[in-house]
Design a protein around this ligand. Structure first.
Ligand code: ADP
Length: 352
């Protein structure tokens, strides 16, 4: 099995400017790993280092147990799909898909078989004779995926593959990619995106990047339920991040005692309470906070209340709110102790 990816202290710098800082990350064989982070955080650079288009200034890239750091891209056994499809406009669909196979001098009969198989897998078998300009954006991206799969890669690299598609197509293609991975369970996917929904939906694990560094890594559920730091909490899902004081007696926010697990925080340390807006309820309950309604947004399935509690905004997403309070009304909200986590305050740049 040669399909896993390992970044071993991979650093990339341009003109002395470090854009990827000593990345250590392992993608297991057959795993879907999302690289999630804001624009400019180094995601594409990391992916291009695996592809061989970027040469690390330090560190190694391994595919399976092979050190490929010095290998040219075409000898790495990878397939790559980018945002802009990058199809050859003058070539028909089947020729586009065959391109990488021709370059690898795959015999003619096998080439035809592999092209047919890849187009079948991506639902494009009926379009073999068309040119890219005769296809929709979604269809072009399917051809680009077919081209990447035709080389039977052990690793599939996807760089914002859905960004150029409209929202409806995007959700369909997301389901398609999940199905493709089920059909190719041994192929590792490395999926670059700035879209948390794509990462949460598709990935087995998510690596969160910020400012050239790996911020945290875990399953979608781990990062969502128990993020390790403020950056991850706010980038993966919405979060209330509230300053709390921790003493040997427990935690408090805005002068009110909070029932929450304080085991991770040393007494006396400043900490941040993270609770998801949809886990904040209206009315009396455990961890009750009293404030006034500062803003009310109707979002279709939910109302979002912004409650001012002692100068801090607490967001609550509520379903079926028949009688919403008016702006300025006194409002009480609450959350269950098990729905909140404490994070060390203000260490979002530290991945130690
Ligand atoms: P992301 O994919 O997270 O948006 P990138 O990896 O594309 O981020 O870029 C990270 C940083 O590296 C950015 O500041 C970008 O401007 C810089 N960068 C990327 N490629 C080059 C290059 N070829 N030359 C100089 N700087 C680059």
């Amino acid at each position: 099995m040669n399909s896993g990816i390992r970044f071993d202290g991979v650093t990339v710098a341009y003109d002395g400017q470090v854009v990827l800082d000593s990345l250590d990350l392992t993608v297991a064989p057959g795993e879907v790993m999302a690289l999630l982070g804001p624009s400019g955080s180094g995601k594409t650079t990391a992916l291009r280092a695996v592809a061989g288009f970027v040469r690390p200034t330090a560190g190694r890239v391994l595919l399976g147990d092979r050190d490929v750091t010095g290998l040219p891209p075409h000898r790495r056994g990878i397939g790559m799909v980018v945002q802009q499809y990058a199809l050859f406009p003058h070539l028909r669909v089947e020729e586009n898909v065959a391109f990488g196979l021709k370059a690898r001098r795959v015999p003619r009969a096998e080439l035809r078989e592999r092209v047919a198989e890849a187009l079948e897998m991506t639902g494009m078998a009926a379009y073999t004779r068309r040119h890219p300009r005769e296809l929709s954006g979604g269809q072009q991206q399917r051809v680009a995926i077919a081209r990447a799969l035709a080389v039977r890669p052990s690793v599939l690299l996807l760089d914002e593959p859905l960004s150029a598609l409209d929202a409806r197509l995007r959700s369909g293609m997301l389901a398609e990619l999940a199905r493709l991975h089920r059909e190719l369970p041994d192929v590792s996917f490395l999926y670059v995106t700035h879209d948390q929904v794509e990462a949460l939906t598709l990935a087995d694990r998510i690596a969160v990047m910020d400012s050239a560094r790996l911020q945290s890594c875990g399953t979608p559920r781990e990062l969502y339920r128990a993020p390790a730091d403020e950056f991850t909490a706010s980038f993966v899902g919405n979060a209330n991040l509230l300053p709390v004081k921790v003493t040997s007696g427990g935690a408090s926010f805005a002068g009110t005692g909070i029932d929450v697990d304080t085991a991770r925080i040393a007494p006396g340390a400043a900490a941040t309470l993270c609770v998801r807006p949809h886990l904040v309820g209206l009315g009396e309950g455990p961890n009750r906070l009293r404030g006034t309604l500062a803003e009310l947004q109707w979002r279709g399935p939910t109302h979002r209340l912004h409650v001012d509690v002692d100068g801090h905004r607490v967001m609550a997403d509520l379903r079926e709110l028949r009688d919403p309070p008016a702006l300025g009304d006194p409002v009480t909200v609450h959350f269950a102790p098990e729905d909140a986590v404490l994070l060390p305050a203000g260490v979002s740049g530290d991945d130690g």
